[in-house]
Ligand binder design. Structure first.
Ligand code: AMP
Length: 220
């Protein structure tokens, strides 16, 4: 078995973070921790958290930092993260990154990857994106599931996300530039950042990611 990995994947909405994070989690045999998936599950379950987060998410705003830090702190305490994890969608603000550094003080992150895809490209991808409500597998109007709106992976319902409307897309990308993009410098200053080109066939992008992660290990 390959050694695990403690990774964060940053990138604009629609850069392919979720898809690539799932692939990395299979490769390194560590859990894929997507805060967006966790929040959407909470909304579907109608829990307190879901009630607090649902409206904020539909508008494309960020859920408050203290709530997010609590969720991630709890999740990273589970036994399945001993070999590592792929964090997708967290941190999204400098405050969250600072909290994550504290949470992971005993076992720090190996690497933060910025999956780089230009805004013009992600806008198109987001508008055509479809996603399984149950397992988060991504599809698009060009590459739909094999049978109607049933997920190829788990049979779940494949839908258009409520926040993939043109208004919410714009709002989310603005929030990314204002609040999340500064993290790129923040992690660069801490020598944790690698930028990976997110354009191209899925397998090619996955290989680029693994190559960067492995090069970093050899250099350690
Ligand atoms: P995602 O699936 O990562 O695009 O997340 C969907 C939505 O969940 C975001 O637009 C936010 O409203 C919320 N969300 C997910 N992760 C975070 C986070 N780390 N901080 C604040 N809000 C978040």
């Amino acid at each position: 078995m390959t050694s695990g990995a403690r990774l964060v994947v940053l990138g604009r909405q629609g850069a392919g973070k979720g898809t690539q994070a799932v692939r990395l989690s299979r490769h390194y045999v560590v859990p894929h921790i997507s805060t967006g998936d966790m929040l959407r599950a909470a909304v579907r379950a109608g829990s307190d958290l879901g009630r607090q987060a649902g409206k904020i998410m539909a508008a494309g705003d960020l859920v408050p930092d203290d709530l997010m830090v609590g969720i991630v702190d709890e999740r990273l305490g589970h036994d399945d993260t001993k070999r590592g994890y792929i964090l997708d969608g967290f941190p999204r603000t400098v405050e969250q990154a600072e909290a994550l550094a504290e949470i992971t003080e005993a076992r720090p992150l190996d690497l933060v990857i910025d999956l780089e895809v230009a805004t013009e490209v992600v806008v198109e991808r987001l508008a055509s994106r479809r996603v399984c409500e149950d397992c988060g597998t991504n599809y698009s109007t060009d590459q739909p599931p094999r049978y109607d709106a049933r997920c190829d992976n788990c049979g779940g319902n494949v839908i258009q996300r409520e926040d993939d409307t043109p208004e919410a897309i714009k709002h989310r990308l603005d929030a990314y530039e204002a609040k999340t993009a500064p993290l790129i410098e923040w992690y660069k200053d801490r020598s944790l950042l690698e930028v990976v080109d997110g354009l191209g066939p899925l397998d090619v992008v996955t290989k680029r990611l693994i190559d960067v992660i492995e090069a970093r290990r050899v250099g350690e």
